[in-house]
Design a protein around this ligand. Structure first.
Ligand SMILES: Cc1ncc(COP(=O)(O)O)c(C=O)c1O
Length: 417
């Protein structure tokens, strides 16, 4: 099977002009790690070892006929970096191999991936099914932006899957889910959701940001599309923003056509950084998971917490689902701090090494208190509906030495009493 190089081979295969696509074939190597490292642009006459950066807005043609043919999508040549660029093509090819998908498109941010997927696939009168515990900006897109185009939505109750069927309308087109969720670390049974989507002819879209393809491949459970905030673990070092949409070529074709005009393309520089980052994704995710499990176990035994949620803790209500669909638990955990919202704020005031920042999935450990920051405007009831207790602290466990992480948390616990 061939990777559909978005823009390049995508066009070729759509139009059937080329029988032999010279692009990188999917699953070129048998193993995830090798694909993450070895899929790269063809070597130039300089014989560079690592991929060069193609920092160019546009590409030149040998003559007017070649230019005409390329604009008519009769060739595989690059035209303009809003459509295609070798660095973004490399990143997409790699991510297609890692997620096991046919095609993809790379966007400037994760939210551009989420929004442009909805905008490309939905029209006035359509309806989307999702759940309230999705990432805050995705919730805003669904509840504030989509209604501008008369696109409706209904949230499904994750704890009551029996009620899902009753929420489907004739106009329902998309099922959009995220697992594990941000920041509540709730899980969704992907096999159940995939079968539900298929039965109801919904396009099943999974935001795979927290798990990454190394830990979970939604395509195996019937996902049609996978979206990513590449800003998180795919970069892994808190440097660049990026997003990806990966999945069935027929759907990516629609999304590509929309985005080619709408213009949320990823910059080639960011694509270069992200493709390099993917070379270490497997080892980073192993270590993030190892550190996070240790931190979660340590927190569970700590007298300053009231509860801890981490997918690979046996006390997680969906531990069996985690073990079924995830290789390990990733780096994200959350816990309830004894003493409620006030103590939560004080705790954040007193961490010394851990960063207070809006990002996650970094080598550096990050702590956040959603109730007093990102979700401060919600009422207690609204926060409860999203799985955010007033005393919830979210922790993105980094790659520092485990003892330095727990020592910093312990000092902050003591100082916040
Ligand atoms: C689960 C999830 N999806 C999407 C996004 C949006 O990504 P970006 O910030 O790259 O636009 C985020 C950002 O935190 C996220 O956590």
């Amino acid at each position: 099977m061939q990777t559909l190089h978005i823009c390049k081979n995508h066009r070729k295969s759509i139009q059937g002009f080329y029988q032999n696509i010279e692009g990188i074939s999917m699953k070129k190597y048998r193993h995830f790690e090798t694909n993450a490292i070895r899929i790269q642009t063809n070597t130039t006459q300089e014989k560079e070892h690592a991929s060069p950066m193609y920092l160019t807005s546009s590409f030149v043609f040998d003559g007017p006929e070649e230019m005409r043919a390329t604009f008519a999508e009769e060739t595989s040549l690059n035209t303009y970096s809003r459509f295609t660029n070798p660095n973004t093509t490399e990143l997409i090819d790699k991510m297609c191999a890692l997620e096991g998908t046919e095609a993809g498109y790379a966007t400037a941010t994760g939210m551009a991936a989420v929004f442009s997927t909805f905008a490309a696939l939905l029209g006035t009168g359509d309806h989307i099914l999702s759940c309230r515990s999705i990432f805050g900006s995705s919730h805003s897109v669904i509840t504030k932006l989509l209604p501008k185009y008369k696109i409706g939505s209904t949230y499904l109750d994750l704890r009551d899957t029996a009620s899902w069927q009753g929420k489907v309308r004739p106009s329902s087109k998309i099922l959009f889910l995220e697992t594990p969720t941000n920041p509540g670390i709730e899980l969704i049974d992907l096999a159940f959701a995939g079968a539900f989507a298929k039965r109801n002819r919904l396009v099943f879209i999974v935001d795979n940001c927290f798990a990454t393809p190394y830990l979970q491949q939604p395509i195996q459970y019937g996902a049609d599309l996978i979206v990513h905030s590449a800003t998180k673990y795919l970069d892994g070092q808190g440097r660049v923003m990026g997003g990806l949409i990966l999945g069935k070529s027929s759907l990516i074709k629609e999304i590509y056509n929309f985005n080619r005009s709408a213009g949320p393309a990823l910059s080639p520089f960011n694509a270069w950084v992200l493709s390099k980052s993917l070379e270490t994704l497997a080892v980073r995710m192993e270590k993030h998971s190892e550190n996070a499990l240790k931190v979660a176990e340590w927190l569970e035994a700590n007298q300053n917490t009231t509860w801890v949620r981490y997918p690979f803790l046996p006390s997680h209500p969906q531990y069996q689902i985690a073990k079924k669909q995830m290789r390990s638990g990733s780096g994200m955990a959350c816990f309830g701090i004894k003493g409620g919202i006030g103590r939560g704020k004080k705790f954040l005031d007193n961490v010394k090494m851990c960063s207070l920042t809006a990002n996650l999935g970094d080598t550096r450990t990050i702590v956040a208190h959603p109730a007093s920051t990102t979700h401060a405007k919600l009422t207690d009831d609204e926060r409860t509906a999203t799985g955010i207790a007033p005393n919830l602290i979210r922790i993105s466990v980094g790659l520092e030495h485990i003892d330095d992480i727990t020592e910093d948390l312990e000092l902050a616990f003591k100082a916040s009493k």
